[in-house]
Design a protein. Structure first.
Length: 131
């Protein structure tokens, strides 16, 4: 499945980053934008797996309309960049958030022993748009 993520700094904790999957309305947080993104992919993949096991469509959990409206309002004034540049811009404060479209696969949940599968940030099939 291809899904949209918004990655941004948490307002309640300056060292915390949040990855919000708009398609499934699930979030993950971590100490860096890249880690939040990787954790967010895992949460999205687990959401897909649990919904499929119950026969439910996880896309029925979509984020509120205002999140989608923000995404659509940004599309005309954004810049496509490499993910490594997106992380740098976020951490430096040059950009308030990154919107990205990426592929999430239920097999991304780990390597079979509960460990999160690593994703190379510039090899991942995704693009980032920075506002």
């Amino acid at each position: 499945h291809s899904v949209w993520f918004r990655i941004f700094r948490a307002e309640y904790s300056p060292g915390t980053w949040i990855a919000h999957c708009l398609d499934f309305d699930v979030c993950a947080e971590a100490d860096s934008p890249l880690d939040a993104y990787c954790e967010g992919r895992e949460v999205a993949a687990m959401t897909m797996m649990s919904g499929g096991a119950r026969g439910a469509d996880p896309r029925e959990r979509r984020a509120p309309q205002e999140d989608w409206d923000l995404l659509h309002s940004l599309m005309s004034r954004t810049e496509k960049i490499r993910l490594s540049d997106a992380w740098r811009r976020l951490e430096s404060g040059d950009s308030p958030y990154v919107m990205m479209y990426t592929v999430v696969d239920p097999r991304d949940c780990g390597d079979g022993d509960g460990a999160v599968t690593d994703h190379a940030p510039d090899v991942d099939p995704a693009f980032a748009e920075v506002a």
